[in-house]
Design a protein around this ligand. Structure first.
Ligand code: SF4
Length: 211
């Protein structure tokens, strides 16, 4: 896989927020969201090819159980991702794969963290396949207005997902924008009984690379 960065931090989003984790960020993505919070990893020229055996060595240097494979978009490296996942499973690591859910990969993470984009590459068939996987699932949808939040809820209603596993997240790459987004999204979430998804990495580090 072409890797943009490997670093240790705490998970900033979703059910494992605050859990120390090694982040493996691949370089390259099949989408081009204008508000990407990891734009520095969107191009596959933004990284270096690293073999899975070398990745495993680097991951094991950190004494933590959780490994988050993120991007960019990890599923564009389907075969390598499958292989890495199998190897990390044998080491009893708890793997989270963060994906935009446009590509299905037959692998077994502990948590599949789906972040389909409302207006970029939304694919109901792939989403359905991913949601039926035999692993923990969470779904995080970035929204930028009440209309988008309403649209997000309408789109996922049909999938019958447990409420606690759905997060609406503010579109925010900066701390200020996160605070402004939370100001309308938290009341929306309370009114509609849906989980608000904060972004700790944005609040703490302003989405700085490597944190
Ligand atoms: S799918 Fe994710 S990594 Fe790719 S452009 Fe969109 S926000 Fe960025």
């Amino acid at each position: 896989m072409i890797i943009n960065e490997i670093f240790l931090s705490v998970q900033g989003e979703g059910i494992y927020t605050g859990v120390p984790s090694v982040f493996v960020r691949v370089a390259g993505c099949n989408l081009n969201c204008p508000w990407c919070d990891s734009a520095y990893a969107k191009s596959d020229e933004s990284g270096t090819e690293i073999s899975n055996s070398s990745l495993l060595e680097q991951i094991q240097e950190y004494n933590v159980e959780h490994v988050v494979i993120t991007g960019g978009e990890p599923t564009i490296y389907a075969e390598e991702l499958k292989d890495l996942c199998g190897k990390l499973n044998s080491l009893r690591k708890k793997i989270t794969i963060e994906t935009n859910s446009t590509i299905y990969v037959d692998c077994n993470p502990h948590l599949l963290s789906l972040s389909p984009k409302l207006y970029q590459g939304w694919d109901e068939d792939i989403l359905k396949k991913n949601l039926s996987k035999n692993c923990d699932i969470q779904i995080k949808i970035v929204v930028d207005s009440i209309e988008e939040a309403v649209d997000a809820l309408k789109r996922i209603e049909k999938f019958n997902i447990e409420k606690e596993k759905i997060f609406l997240m503010p579109n925010a790459v900066t701390r200020d924008k996160h605070i402004r987004g939370a100001a309308w999204l938290v009341p929306f979430c309370c009114k509609n009984n849906v989980r608000f998804g904060g972004r700790l990495q944005t609040l703490l580090w302003n989405s700085e690379k490597g944190k």
